[in-house]
Design a protein around this ligand. Structure first.
Ligand code: C2E
Ligand code: MG
Ligand code: MG
Length: 729
């Protein structure tokens, strides 16, 4: 029940407010002290009851009452007075007051009066309200079924007003209405609130003659109810949630037919309510299922790490994009993207860091794309991008460059500053492929080309690449036969002591005598062998040839200090130690005659496993060299833990030694460090005498390069060794 308090004494006001605060069924909508203030508040907040003090300053309570009634304000008014009761009582009632109390400080009478105006509460109020809430109907828009029934009720019974009224906790709300504008009212003044607690029909033939309603604001004011008849709307669980009611402004009584009509129509309302609820439940079920389907789809089409579409989703979208491009005659770009050196980062910093890096890269790619573009993760560090609706090929190249620029921004991973490049291959529909499969394959091929050209760049697909790919495939099957058929051959390149040019070793470098293409250098087939797993049989073959050659030289009395054999990262697996030992045993060669060359990245990958393998090799007496030192990421601290014997300084540092001061500084630092660790240093790619001199000054032990000799066949090497040894003798 909504109450407004008009009182100018702070003491009494506080007292009243305190009191009502502790009574949950009453709400004080506001309070005022003066006459005008009071009227403004009453008009604005439309209370059910006004508690009115007679003596106000400024103004008077009696004036408030008179002005309220003059404007037809229907709220009930209780006058509170200090004055001796009789003097004012009658004047107040004459002016339209509903009750009169002396301010005694005891509110018992007052509360009894207020309570008498409150409609009764059903016994099952709580489950009733829950049932109403379950219908999910309050405050929903008008629905024709209910409006039609309501119109029918008004027409059949002949009343100006008819309602489907739902009784909520504090209000009644009309789902359908005929003859009145408002769509809700307070529960306190509601006739329907009475109707729901009475079984069957609730009929008030003349409100003026009924003490419960005579002073009801809806009787006194708008809509001026004289006659009310409400039939309860009872749900199957027994909850009366409201009524179908008819209202008139003249007194009347329903006849038997009208009663029956109201009853049948009310039952119809309930049936419709149930139907409506069932439909809503079904709809909700459909929505729930659809959401579940979407979730499942999402799982099946998303990559869980980056939340990007996965390969399946990419193929689907690409298929659609190609259709659209064909229809709208536009170009379509497909990018294949692969991070440079991701494996290295993953292996050195761990998988958590790798995952974080992939997420960061996924965000960066997305950030430079348009809404209509698609970026998908294909797995590992491979991504693909679809660029629809292009007009020129250059647009795709431009976007690829933006991606490269975005990805190569520095970032910090686990507190380490890092810069990651990427290689992108690009194929454009329709010129470089017109199916999903060819576009992706061509973009993939171009990506390899970009990688081979040094990475961090974009390559557009060309027909040659396809030829190369075909060639690669042919080479692969040929290489398989070559390994078994003896087409591989070892060349040897000497390593000499810088101080006196004495021979300190020979590096075995593999060549392929290809029947069609001639002599092939290792970079033409070693990467292929690594990719296809052929590196293992190839490596065994090389090892066998090298050890056999050492044995042959020994047999000829040629004492070669040691022969270095290159080992690929892919060869670092369990069988390696045994394979090496078996080859040595077969030819009766001691392990100190062989040095294995491994690149930095091979050595630093996957810490413990590699470490164990290296240690096992060292324990058997084999020397281990770090090849191409300086181009990888390994730290000196890491090398310190590895059981290595030789450091080979990469050619790139040696080549500029005479001209580049910075290279001098690096080489000097490397040599100093190697010396402190007791490692032999070998400079690779020594081509000029000046480099030879510079390296000697810096304290490098040995050199290898064209200055001393190119790699030569075993026949030439044997001749050379013979000459050397006869010189020496
Ligand atoms: P690497 O182990 O660093 O071998 C040195 C490479 O530098 C050789 O190239 C050699 O010919 C070249 N080189 C030597 N001196 C000079 C010079 O003064 N100037 C220049 N510009 N180059 C020089 P090659 O024989 O083409 O071998 C290339 C790479 O192939 C090798 O690099 C090695 O990593 C790999 N490789 C060679 N043989 C094998 C093998 O049997 N197994 C494996 N897994 N890899 C091999
Ligand atoms: Mg080497
Ligand atoms: Mg090298």
């Amino acid at each position: 029940m909504k109450i407004v308090v008009v009182e100018d004494s702070s003491l009494v006001l506080e007292h009243l407010l305190d009191f009502f605060a502790s009574q949950p069924e009453f709400t004080v909508a506001g309070h005022a002290r003066g006459e005008d203030e009071a009227l403004a508040l009453i008009n604005q907040s439309a209370p059910d009851v006004v508690l009115l003090d007679l003596a106000l300053s400024p103004g008077s309570g009696l004036n408030v009452l008179k002005r309220m009634r003059a404007t037809g304000h229907p709220a009930r008014v209780i006058v509170l007075s200090h004055q001796p009761a009789d003097a004012y009582r009658q004047r107040c009632f004459d002016a339209g007051a509903d009750a009169f109390f002396e301010k005694t400080g005891d509110f018992g009478d007052l509360v009894a009066q207020l309570a008498s105006w409150m409609p009764p509460l059903p016994l099952n109020e709580a489950p009733r309200l829950r049932a109403l809430a379950r219908l999910d109907i309050l405050d929903t828009p008008e629905e024709e079924v209910f409006s039609a029934i309501t119109r029918l009720a008004a027409a059949v019974i002949g009343t100006p007003i008819a309602l489907v009224s739902l009784v909520d906790a504090r209000r009644q709300w009309f789902k359908a209405r005929v003859g009145i504008e408002i769509c809700e009212g307070s529960r306190e003044t509601s006739f329907c609130a009475h109707a729901i607690v009475n079984g069957g029909l609730f009929e008030v033939e003349d409100t003026h003659g009924d003490p419960r309603f005579a002073d009801n604001p809806l009787v006194r004011g708008d809509p001026g109810i004289r006659f009310y008849a409400g039939m309860r709307l009872v749900l199957p669980g027994g909850e009366a949630i409201g009524t179908l009611c008819v209202i008139d402004r003249i007194p009347r009584r329903l006849d038997a037919t009208q009663r029956m009509a109201l009853e049948v129509l009310a039952r119809n309302v309930v049936t419709e309510l149930e139907l409506r609820q069932r439909v809503h439940e079904l709809e909700a079920e459909v929505v729930r299922r659809r959401e579940a389907e979407v979730r499942i789809m999402h799982l099946a089409t998303r990559d869980s790490l980056t939340n990007l579409p996965n390969r399946a989703a990419l193929m689907d979208r690409l298929d659609q994009a190609i259709r659209t491009a064909a229809r709208e005659q536009t170009l379509l770009g497909v990018l294949f993207l692969d991070l440079d050196n991701f494996k290295l980062i993953n292996d050195t910093l761990g998988h958590h860091a790798g995952d974080a890096l992939l997420q960061c890269m996924a965000e960066r790619v997305t950030s430079v794309l348009r809404e209509s573009d698609t970026v998908a993760r294909l797995g590992g560090d491979e991504f693909a991008v679809i660029l629809p609706a292009l007009h020129t090929q250059d647009e795709a190249v431009h976007i690829a460059q933006k991606i490269i620029a975005a990805l190569s921004q520095p970032l910090t991973l686990q507190g380490r500053p890092l810069q990651v490049g990427c290689s992108i291959g690009l194929a454009v529909y329709p010129t470089q492929g017109d199916t999903e499969e060819t576009l992706l394959r061509h973009a993939d091929l171009s990506m390899y080309q970009a990688k081979e050209s040094g990475g961090n760049q974009c390559q557009l697909y060309s027909e040659q690449m396809n030829l190369r790919a075909v060639e690669r495939m042919t080479l692969e099957s040929e290489l398989r036969q070559a390994i078994e058929g003896g087409e591989l051959e070892l060349f040897y390149q000497p390593q000499v002591r810088l101080s006196d040019q004495a021979l300190t070793g020979l590096e075995a470098l593999v060549r392929w005598n290809h029947p069609r293409l001639g002599l092939l250098a290792p970079d033409r087939f070693i990467p292929l062998a690594e990719d296809t797993g052929l590196i293992w049989p190839l490596g065994l073959n090389v090892l066998e040839m090298a050890v056999a050659q050492i044995a042959a030289w020994h047999a000829q009395g040629l004492k070669v200090p040691r022969v270095a054999v290159n080992v690929s990262p892919a060869q670092l697996r369990d069988g390696l130690v045994d394979a090496v030992a078996a080859a040595l045993a077969r030819h009766d060669v001691t392990p100190d005659c062989v040095e294995l060359e491994l690149t930095e990245s091979a050595l630093t990958a996957d810490g413990p496993a590699v470490l164990g393998l290296l240690q096992a090799l060292r324990d058997r007496g084999l020397a281990i060299a770090v090849d191409d030192f300086g181009v990888g990421y390994s730290s000196l601290a890491l090398l310190r833990r590895l059981p290595i014997s030789t450091l080979k300084i990469d050619r790139s540092f040696v080549s500029e030694l005479a001209s580049n001061q910075q290279d001098v500084a690096i080489v000097e630092a490397v040599i100093t460090m190697a010396n402190s660790m007791g490692l032999r240093t070998v400079a690779e790619g020594v081509e000029e005498d000046a480099q030879n001199v510079a390296l000697r000054v810096l304290g490098c032990d040995d050199g290898q390069g064209y200055l001393y000799s190119k790699p030569v066949t075993s026949v030439v090497a044997t001749r050379w060794l013979h000459a050397r040894f006869s010189e020496d003798n």
